[in-house]
Design a protein around this ligand. Structure first.
Ligand SMILES: O=C(O)[C@@H](CO)OP(=O)(O)O
Length: 207
């Protein structure tokens, strides 16, 4: 029986995560720590005995670099990889490139939290989580999920908010539930799905 394996992993720390800047569709690479986190994610997946048939990532460097490092650890550099902007980070619009603490000083803690974590309030000129879901979910349903259900062991290396959008659906979280859901950099989450695409089991490889 095929195992319907789906692993989601957020990229390792990026240069702009380190500088505390809103990043969105900007394209910084990983920091030295980010490289370590991604490598460690690969080691953890290997320690779980996991092997993949296919991988997906965004068109942004930090996610692609993370995937490359993971596949290196797994000895699976030749794996077919699909890159699509549907998996990109949420577009942060006018906030892109601003310092998150400066933004809190300017607009207040609460407003910035609403822009960062609410479900349907977009940052100025950018995408809400709902908007991100509206482009990430069709890609998941049409391109990723059919393979998973057919037994293709699948790895997705993407971003905090594009993955939060997918996790909202997978874990059936409410808009309130997703508000508190944070994803650590470089921590794989292993899902096994039922035939009806609901989650049979989940293992978070934190720590
Ligand atoms: O800046 C970003 O693009 C994201 C992820 O780093 O930030 P936030 O955690 O605020 O959604």
């Amino acid at each position: 029986m095929s195992e319907r394996l789906l692993v989601l992993v957020r990229h390792g720390q990026s240069e702009w995560n380190l500088k505390n800047l809103f990043t969105g569709w900007k394209d910084p690479d990983l920091t030295e720590l980010g490289v370590k986190e991604a490598t460690e994610a690969g080691r953890k997946l290997k320690a779980q005995g996991l092997v993949f048939d296919v991988a997906y990532t965004s068109v942004l460097t930090r996610a692609q670099h993370t995937l490359d490092l993971i596949l290196g650890e797994l000895g699976q550099k030749g794996l077919p990889i699909s890159k699509n902007l549907a998996l990109n980070e949420r577009d942060y619009g006018d906030l892109s490139g601003l310092n998150k603490d400066d933004a809190r000083k300017k607009w207040g803690e609460e407003q910035v939290l609403i822009w960062r974590r609410s479900y349907d309030v977009p940052p100025p000129g950018g995408e809400s989580l709902k908007d991100t879901l509206a482009r990430a979910l069709p890609y998941y349903v049409q391109e990723i999920l059919p393979g998973v259900l057919n037994g293709k062991r699948t790895l997705v290396a993407a971003h905090g908010n594009s993955l939060r959008a997918l996790i909202m659906v997978l874990e059936k979280l409410s808009p309130e539930g997703i508000l508190k859901r944070e994803l650590a950099t470089g921590v794989p989450i292993i899902y096994r799905l039922n035939a009806d695409s609901t989650v049979a089991s989940k293992l978070d490889l934190a720590g």
